[in-house]
Ligand binder design. Structure first.
Ligand code: BOM
Length: 141
């Protein structure tokens, strides 16, 4: 659900500060991670892909090949309130997107394409949060 996704995004987004330097993601491109879900934010920059890899690694959500670790991602999402309502769907959507871009060799380039695909598909599935929903739960994390 979008409500659960707001919690996941608020928590996941806290890792952005730690990943700015190594990813090269400037505040001009993305000021706060929750803006990822804004209608007018385009998920296109390679640096965002690098940042998502770095952030995901803080929570062990990726395998060595920078593809999703299915079990760890499932457990991570399940850990939020009502997380079991979202965990299977989120893993499904991300994996479906990974399959579409598997031929892109550069990890950062591939992951930003996967993230853009995930944003589109999450909106279509009705599980994309409004930025206001994320801001309402930020203080919990
Ligand atoms: O193949 C790489 C897998 C990368 C998975 C991350 C894609 C989505 C990242 C952008 C959105 C994040 C919102 C919430 C946290 C989900 C973990």
């Amino acid at each position: 659900t979008a409500e659960v996704m707001s919690h996941v995004t608020a928590h996941f987004g806290k890792a952005l500060d730690e990943c700015r330097e190594e990813s090269g993601l400037s505040a001009e491109i993305l000021e706060e991670f929750q803006h990822f879900w804004r209608e007018d934010f385009e998920v296109v920059h390679r640096e965002l892909g690098c940042a998502i890899i770095c952030m995901s690694n803080k929570f062990s959500l990726l395998q060595d090949d920078s593809r999703m670790h299915h079990v760890n991602m499932h457990d991570y999402v399940k850990g939020f309130p009502n997380g079991e309502l979202l965990s299977h769907k989120l893993v499904d959507l991300i994996h479906n997107c990974e399959k579409q871009y598997d031929s892109i060799a550069d990890d950062c380039d591939r992951v930003v394409k996967v993230a853009a695909c995930f944003k589109v598909d999450a909106k279509a599935a009705g599980i994309a949060p409004e930025v206001a929903m994320i801001e309402a739960v930020m203080e919990k994390y």
